[in-house]
Design a protein around this ligand. Structure first.
Ligand code: ZN
Length: 256
C-alpha cells in the first residue's frame, strides 16, 4: 500500500504548515497555505512539487499563500463549499460527506463549523490522519468566531467519533498555554498532569506538540471532556448538557 509522507514546519508566528506527499503518484498537497515563502522552502527541502492546497478555512493565516503558490505551480486549490467565496483561488468546493481523491488516498471531508461558519476537516482513513485546522488543537480548540457553543460541540463530536488512534494535525502551536488552562478546570486529571509536564519539557527543547492523537486528546483535552465529573463539579454544572459545559469551558479560556 502507498504511504503518505507528512512534513510539518513552523511558519508565521505560531502557525504550522503541513505538506503531505504520495511518492508513488507524485502528488503533494499543502494543508492550508499560511505563508508562501515558508511553503516553498519546505517543498524545496523535501524535493517535492506542489500539486494541491487543501484549505480548512478562509482565515488569512491559512490562505495568504494561495494565489502566489497557485500562480507559480498551477496547483489545484480545494476548500470549503460553505465559505468558498472567501477562499482565494479555490478550484474545487467540498463539504460534509464529500470525498476527495489525492493520489492513492481518499480524503473524507466533514463540516466542522464554529471557528468559522464553513470550516472543514480532512480525514485520510487509509493513512490514519486528520487535518483539523483551527477546530481542534492539542489540548485546546478554536475560538468561536462564527458559531455557537452548540455548533462547535457538534463539530468536535464528529472528530471525537474518529478512530481513537487517529493522528491529528492542527494549525497552531498553542499547547503550552492550553495545558496551563486545562489544569485550571481539571486539576485532578492524572493523565493531564503528566502530559502538561511532558509538553513543558518538549517546548523547552523547541519541539512541536503537533500532531497529537485523538486518544490522548480524549484523555486530557478539557474541550473534549465536558462529561468529566471533575470538570462539571468545578464549573458548578453537574448534569448539564454537554454542549453547555463545553461552552463554559470555552468561555473561561477566552477570559483566562
Ligand atoms: Zn482560523
Amino acid at each position: 500500500m502507498a504511504s503518505l509522507d507528512i512534513h510539518l514546519f513552523p511558519c508565521l508566528s505560531d502557525n504550522y504548515g503541513v505538506l503531505i506527499h504520495d511518492a508513488e503518484n507524485n502528488v503533494t498537497a499543502s494543508i492550508d497555505a499560511p505563508e508562501a515563502s515558508a511553503v516553498k522552502k519546505a517543498l524545496a527541502e523535501k524535493g517535492w512539487t506542489l500539486t494541491h492546497i487543501l484549505t480548512t478555512h478562509y482565515h488569512a493565516d491559512h490562505t495568504d499563500g494561495n494565489m502566489e503558490l497557485k500562480g507559480e505551480t498551477g496547483c489545484i486549490i480545494v476548500g470549503p463549499k460553505n465559505e468558498a467565496d472567501r477562499v482565494p483561488g479555490i478550484d474545487v468546493q467540498v463539504g460534509d460527506g464529500d470525498s476527495y481523491e489525492f493520489g492513492a488516498f481518499t480524503a473524507k471531508v466533514f463540516d466542522t463549523p464554529g471557528h468559522t461558519a464553513g470550516h472543514i476537516t480532512y480525514w485520510f482513513p487509509q493513512a490514519n490522519v486528520a487535518f483539523a485546522g483551527d477546530t481542534l488543537f492539542t489540548l485546546g480548540c478554536g475560538r468561536l468566531f462564527e458559531g455557537t457553543a452548540e455548533t462547535m460541540w457538534t463539530s468536535l463530536s464528529k472528530i471525537k467519533a474518529l478512530p481513537p488512534e487517529t493522528v491529528i494535525y492542527s494549525g497552531h502551536e498553542y499547547t503550552q498555554s492550553n495545558a496551563g488552562f486545562a489544569l485550571t478546570v481539571e486539576p485532578g486529571n492524572a493523565a493531564l498532569q503528566a502530559r502538561a509536564k511532558e509538553i513543558s519539557d518538549m517546548r523547552s527543547r523547541g519541539e512541536p506538540t503537533v500532531p497529537t492523537t485523538l486518544v490522548r486528546e480524549l484523555e486530557t483535552n478539557p474541550f473534549l471532556r465536558p462529561d468529566s465529573p471533575e470538570i462539571q463539579t468545578n464549573l458548578g454544572m453537574e448534569g448539564r448538557e454537554l454542549w453547555e459545559v463545553f461552552g463554559e469551558v470555552r468561555r473561561r479560556k477566552d477570559n483566562a
